[in-house]
Ligand binder design. Structure first.
Ligand code: HEM
Length: 525
């Protein structure tokens, strides 16, 4: 994976930077591991509910309709269309979808976010790192039914897991890897749990094990030593039959060897998340990039100068990375002009204002922010980053796999004077386009906004184009100004958000140049 890649960049950021600057709110929602659903997007807030467990159950139920013989179904967000089925009882599914849906976009599917949520929640609950592969595609309709239910027979469960692609032994392990978090709610399963509803526990949750908020092997140790509290065992339903179905061999090994439990769950949950319709091709598991630009943008500032602004993220897993003081880290941006020649450079000043605190579940991250003035006659074509963990160490050059980090200076979003409107409001977007390269045969922006779709809480992404017209000269003799105005209405009865993503495109002398929006610079009208 080489930066930039619009389909992976945001997911890699969200995977790598889990709190502080540049993070999404995903990890906060499952911190601590016992955290109940909160915020405005929740259907019912109840003490005793556990978001981490709800995300894991949601991912399993979404995947559980997969048919390995036909390649249909899998982790594709179709659960949104299936919440009225008896096999999907409870509000957990819609609560989960409501949390993730504003973050989905034309670049990032809801089903990728569901998977990432599980990966982060499990790690944060003390569990293993589960590989996270990007590329899931959201369904536009319900899949076939087929989620296992507790009243079904063992034979039925074995057949259902076989259809999903897991053999009988893997079934035992996967159920134990799921039923180590959360529990059974009396309000949804009154025939399995009774007498549990109290003022403090209004949904009557009874947990599967004594450490419902730690991702550990207690579901197995308690089962083996006879102290299980799992309602699906005590009431002789599904877990009792499943866990005992190989003469307790799997559960015994899980109970005796916490490391084996961890490794096996990482492997099987990874396979669960990667069970997707056959038409979907997933990318390689995401590994954090060591050096990555974040929200870089090039624009004309109020004094008329061409300014490059943004951040460089440095990630590491070593003890040295963990101990590094960002104020002692030399970080230098070295860039080439638009003709590929004459390198210029800028070293971030070691002041705290330029260091932005952030943390990662998988290592250490530091962010360094840049504001650099460029010569608009020379522009920029690429840059490398030279950096070290302290001032005495030799500098390492990050060159993005060899060619440097590419950066185009042909079509530039100008946030001054630009704003995006809500539905039925006018939006005006300004760009500048380089004027010394030949004829501009096409210049447009592609904007995407989300709308309700029938049958699911998951938003539909709608993409439209709006053409730029030439409006005049900029403060630089090398750039002209272009502008477009449009109204987001297009007959939609309900638009849930304003614009969620934009691409700017210019075709100049037969070559296409494009850039993404920088959400930090985007303002409403
Ligand atoms: C035969 C297979 C399975 C059956 C019959 C089954 C059944 C159930 C039932 C009845 C509940 C209670 C739900 C509630 O009250 O909200 C539950 C909860 C849960 N299940 Fe399963 N399950 C199965 C497999 C799995 C698998 C494979 C996973 C994940 C790998 C999983 C993850 C969970 C989680 C995390 C919860 C707790 C949810 C919460 O606390 O909100 N289950 N399961």
């Amino acid at each position: 994976y080489i930066w930039p890649n619009p389909q992976i960049d945001m997911l890699e950021d969200a995977y790598t930077v889990t709190a502080g600057f540049g993070s999404t709110d995903i990890l906060a929602e499952v911190t601590p591991c016992s955290n109940p659903p909160g915020g405005t997007d929740v259907i019912t807030i109840a003490p005793g509910r556990q978001t981490a467990a709800e995300w894991l159950r949601t991912a399993y139920h979404d995947m559980a309709t997969h048919d390995s013989s036909t390649g249909l179904g899998g982790l594709d967000g179709s659960i949104g269309f299936e919440t009225l089925r008896p096999e999907n009882i409870g509000t957990a599914f819609n609560t989960t979808l409501l949390f993730f849906r504003p973050t989905a976009s034309k670049r990032v599917s809801l089903s990728d976010l569901l998977s990432l949520g599980v990966v982060l929640a499990i790690k944060n609950c003390g569990g293993p790192s589960v590989p996270f592969r990007p590329g899931r595609v959201d369904a536009t309709e319900a899949g076939p039914p087929g989620v296992p239910q507790p009243q079904e027979s063992l034979d039925t469960h074995v057949a259902e897991f076989a259809r999903q692609g897991f053999n009988a032994t893997e079934m035992i392990a996967l159920v134990a890897c799921g039923h180590t978090l959360g529990g059974v709610h009396q309000v949804d399963f009154p025939s399995i749990v009774s007498g549990a509803i109290t003022a403090d526990n209004p949904e009557g949750v009874v947990h599967f094990d004594d450490t419902f908020d730690v991702y550990d092997n207690h579901i197995a140790t308690q089962y083996i030593n006879g102290s299980s509290v799992d309602p699906l065992i005590l009431n002789s339903t599904s877990d009792a039959a499943i866990f005992g179905s190989d003469g307790n061999q799997t559960m015994l090994r899980f109970a005796q060897d916490p490391d084996f439990f961890s490794t096996r769950c990482s492997e099987l949950l990874g396979r669960m998340l990667d069970t997707v319709p056959a038409s979907v091709e997933l990318g390689d598991a995401i590994e954090p990039l060591t050096v990555k630009p974040f929200e870089m943008s090039l624009f004309f500032n109020v004094t008329g100068g061409l300014q490059l602004s943004g951040n460089i993220r440095i990630f590491g897993t070593s003890a040295e990375a963990a101990a590094a003081n960002p104020l002692d880290m030399p970080v230098t941006l070295v860039w080439k002009d638009r003709h590929g020649g004459s390198s210029s450079q800028f070293t971030t000043p070691a002041v705290s204002a330029d260091f932005l605190a952030a943390t990662s579940l998988f290592g250490s991250v530091q962010f360094f922010s840049f504001d650099v003035d460029l010569d608009s006659s020379l522009g920029i074509s690429s840059f490398v980053v030279q950096w070290a963990y302290d001032t005495n160490s030799a500098l390492t050059t990050a060159d993005n796999g060899g060619a440097g980090f590419p950066f185009q200076d042909v079509i530039l979003f100008q946030h001054a004077g630009s704003c995006h409107g809500a539905v039925n409001q006018n939006s005006t977007i300004n760009v500048v386009i380089r004027n010394d390269m030949g004829a501009v045969s096409s210049a447009y922006m592609e904007y995407t906004f989300s709308s309700d779709q029938p049958g699911t809480l998951v938003f539909k992404q709608n993409t439209f184009q709006s053409v730029f017209t030439h409006t005049g000269n900029s403060t630089s003799p090398f750039y002209d100004t272009w502008s477009t105005s449009f109204v987001v209405n297009d007959g939609f009865s309900s638009v849930n958000q304003s614009i969620v993503s934009i691409d700017f495109v210019a075709v100049v002398a037969g070559t296409t140049y494009s850039s993404l929006d920088n959400p930090q610079l985007f303002t409403g009208c």
